[in-house]
Design a protein around this ligand. Structure first.
Ligand SMILES: *Cc1c(COP(=O)(O)O)cnc(C)c1O
Length: 395
């Protein structure tokens, strides 16, 4: 087991934890771009298939040294015992849920979710006899009512996409743990930089590392973090046998992303706060959704759970036409649908990421026709503000 640097600050862990050096003593993490591993003897092959140690590998679908470095580093950053890296954030969400659920189980989830998370909950799990109840994640009374004895898991985004609702993680965890349910948190918007999810009661923390971990929009990836027992005996057999592993090259990109993640994400969050404040003074802008603003309903919870509002700001321009005019007038901010990227990106959730939902559902989730989601990048905040202001002038 590589040194997990647990006694060091999170920033130090993000640079060093999990490193495995070859006989050459390389400084940068090596990319073990190999599908398989040889054995000294048939007996060794047999032994490794019975039980592979932390530094023993059989096949890259089951594990790979570069991927293991990334898993260990992510676990060390989050303060979890173990991790399993996946081909995408959705492979991580799917694995976390499917590895524990069986027919007859009940899951309670917050309604405000990433579109593909909703698809797993609403369209897939039901086919296998799993009952799913969706609640307003910000209403603890609804969690209390829905999380009945026998509930196997609760699932929510700690800060939701795209409306940035903040869920009271310790309170929901208390409700869930009272009936023995597992708390699975999709923690993308809190980011691994600011997350305290494991300490606040999450049993399983899931990230799409496509976002802030990569930070440069290069590769899809995900990771599931939790106790050693959960990762090794529940999640890993499911992931290994169904083939959702991260590629070694992606793991290497992600490891290098982690080295600069703290600096990047703090700068992006500071930029997001500056922009959110400025947006509240713009006449063309209706609601500004950003938990970093004192006026936001999720502010106190966000400060207690992450100490930040994050790197994404959503705001309402009143109509789809106004939103499109604004987006089309932007000169620096790109129209795309990633987030956490060094490049600032604007998205119109109602027609893209959440297009599949009925108008009723969109309304229920606050995904109004005029809502735009802005992921703040690493450009100079003054340049971004100037770009946003000129584009608002064209609305
Ligand atoms: C992006 C995202 C996902 C999915 O991650 P992919 O890497 O795109 O598969 C899941 N949940 C949240 C909250 C996300 O933002």
């Amino acid at each position: 087991m590589a040194d997990s640097f647990q006694e060091h600050d999170r920033r130090t862990r993000a640079v060093h934890a999990g490193i495995r050096r070859s006989q050459y003593g390389e400084v940068a993490e090596a990319i073990f771009l190999t599908q398989g591993f040889t054995y000294d003897s048939a007996e060794q092959a047999e032994a490794r298939f019975v039980q592979a140690g932390d530094d023993e590998f059989t096949y890259a679908r089951n594990g790979n040294p570069t991927v293991r470095m990334f898993e260990d580093r992510m676990a060390a950053i989050e303060g979890c015992e173990a991790g399993f890296a996946t081909a995408s954030g959705m492979a991580a969400v799917n694995g976390a849920l499917m590895s524990i659920l069986r027919a007859g189980d009940r899951v309670v989830a917050a309604r405000a979710l990433f579109g593909s998370c909703l698809y797993i909950l609403e369209d897939i799990l039901g086919r296998f006899g799993v009952t799913v109840e969706l609640v307003d994640g910000t209403d603890l009374a609804q969690w209390e009512r829905a999380v009945t004895p026998g509930t196997r898991a609760v699932f929510f985004e700690s800060i939701s996409n795209p409306t940035l609702e903040v869920i009271d993680l310790p309170a929901v965890a208390r409700i869930a743990h009272a009936v023995g349910a597992l708390v699975i948190v999709d923690n993308v918007f809190a980011t691994p930089v600011f997350s305290r999810a494991a300490g606040l009661g999450a049993d399983v923390v899931v990230y799409s590392t496509t976002k802030h971990v990569d930070g440069g929009g290069r590769a899809l990836g995900g990771v599931v973090l939790g106790s050693r027992a959960f990762i090794r005996t529940t999640l890993e057999p499911y992931m290994k046998n169904t083939g959702g592993a991260m590629s070694p090259f992606t793991a290497w990109l992600m490891l290098k992303g982690l080295e600069s993640m703290d600096l990047r994400v703090r700068a992006q969050a500071a930029g997001a706060l500056t922009i959110a404040r400025a947006l509240t003074t713009q006449p063309a802008v209706g609601r500004v959704l950003y938990p970093g603003l004192e006026s936001d309903p999720g502010h106190a919870l966000a400060m207690a759970q992450c100490g930040t509002g994050g790197t994404v700001v959503s705001f309402d321009l009143g109509s789809r036409e106004a939103a499109f005019r604004f987006m089309n007038a932007l000169e620096i901010v790109l129209i795309s649908n990633n987030l956490g990227d060094a490049k600032s990106i604007v998205t119109h959730p109602a027609t893209t990421t959440h297009q599949r939902l009925s108008d009723d559902k969109k309304r229920g989730l606050g995904i109004t026709p005029g809502l735009v989601r802005l992921s703040v990048g690493l450009e100079a905040p003054d340049d971004l503000l100037a770009d946003i202001t000129q584009a608002l002038g064209r609305v």
